[in-house]
Design a protein around this ligand. Structure first.
Ligand SMILES: [Zn+2]
Length: 104
């Protein structure tokens, strides 16, 4: 039997007891395809980009070596209380504000 606990408060999420909420977060580099300019479509520029990409492949500079991978996914199991708090403030900005004030 799979056993779940709340990833925020650690409360036991037994199958027939506490309701369980799943939160999935995906973090990845934003990019707007509409931002392509005529310069981007210039053949020399494209060739330069292709050369950079080839060089990075050759050097093994793939996302796994970077501090900030291009894509990172998170999955959390939350109890109903923590889920309620999460959807009101997913990035915990209220807490960040309190911390900033207390440092002054
Ligand atoms: Zn909880």
């Amino acid at each position: 039997m799979v056993h779940f606990t709340c990833d925020l408060c650690g409360k036991d999420l037994a199958p027939c007891g506490e309701p369980r909420f799943v939160v999935k977060i995906a973090a990845y580099a934003g990019y707007d395809p509409n931002q392509i300019t005529e310069d981007d479509l210039d053949e020399d520029h494209m060739e330069a980009v292709a050369q950079i990409l080839r060089r990075e492949e050759a050097e093994g500079a793939l996302s796994s070596d970077l501090d900030a991978p291009a894509f990172k996914g998170f999955r959390y199991d939350l109890c109903s209380d923590c889920h309620g708090r999460f959807i009101k403030d997913p990035l915990n900005r209220d807490t960040m504000k309190i911390l900033n004030f207390s440092e002054n």
